[in-house]
Design a protein around this ligand. Sequence first.
Ligand SMILES: [Fe+2]
Length: 300
Amino acid sequence: MTNTYPSLQPFDLADEAGYQAWREVRLAGYVALAADAVVPVSDIARLDASEHAAILEHCRATNFAIYEVTGGGATEKQAIRELGRQFGLEHLDMNLRADEDSITSLRVMDAAAGTHYIPYTNRPLNWHTDGYYNRPDRQVRGIVMHCVSASASGGENLLLDPEIAYLLLRDENPDYIRALMQPDAMTIPPNIEAGVELRAAQSGPVFSVAADTGALHMRYTARSRSIEWKDDRNTRKAVGFLLELLASDSIYTVRHRLRAGQGIICNNVLHKREAFSNDAAAGQQRLLYRARYHDRIQGT
Ligand SMILES: [Fe+2]
């Protein structure tokens, strides 16, 4: 994997010049490229060189790309798997409810069918990155979300590049970054169901820099229950600033409602989902395939 800014240490608080140089490139990239543009592809399992380059260009600039299958190519789970592979996304994250092949079908499920998790309902999902409750060595760095069928209404996704969140926080106060890089900044209590501990408590930083790639990684949830933030002044202020940023209509936030055949490939960017409603009689029932990877998109 390559570091996009090999000569700079933009995420090192001691390297102000490196940060400023990176910052300029990053903001210019946002202006140069419409972050909400949809890249048309004919077959996600076998992208041609220009389709691959277009998706990669978006991911390099904003850490995500929205694509649309326009050529009638397959969109089965196997095709999603192939799409990921073309970007170095290979190692799937196992989660509690992934289907056997570790690609999750996100759809509304009966409470009786066994879950109270919001992803499997039509309720809104607040801002988060995926897998924030995972162990440090099992962090989710890449995601593909593919829309097989859309809801009757609602269900928009909001997306924000974590590098932009980092940039805006650091511009506001570098101490906010220092606070959010503490190894115990955010703790998720254990997941206990029916007296059985399914997952141990998980502490970690919000922002971290991967030793191998120099890439920024963000671990975050805006949920207020079942999260323990480190009880110090700068962490509290940083978390408050971030919440306000996410609630504001930042020009960097992209809002997009996925249609059938569209999808998002990303470096686990911040995302949110609005509430939606299905119409079973009209065949409008939201179904998304979601693949989570421990890998980051190659070349970003
Ligand atoms: Fe998510």
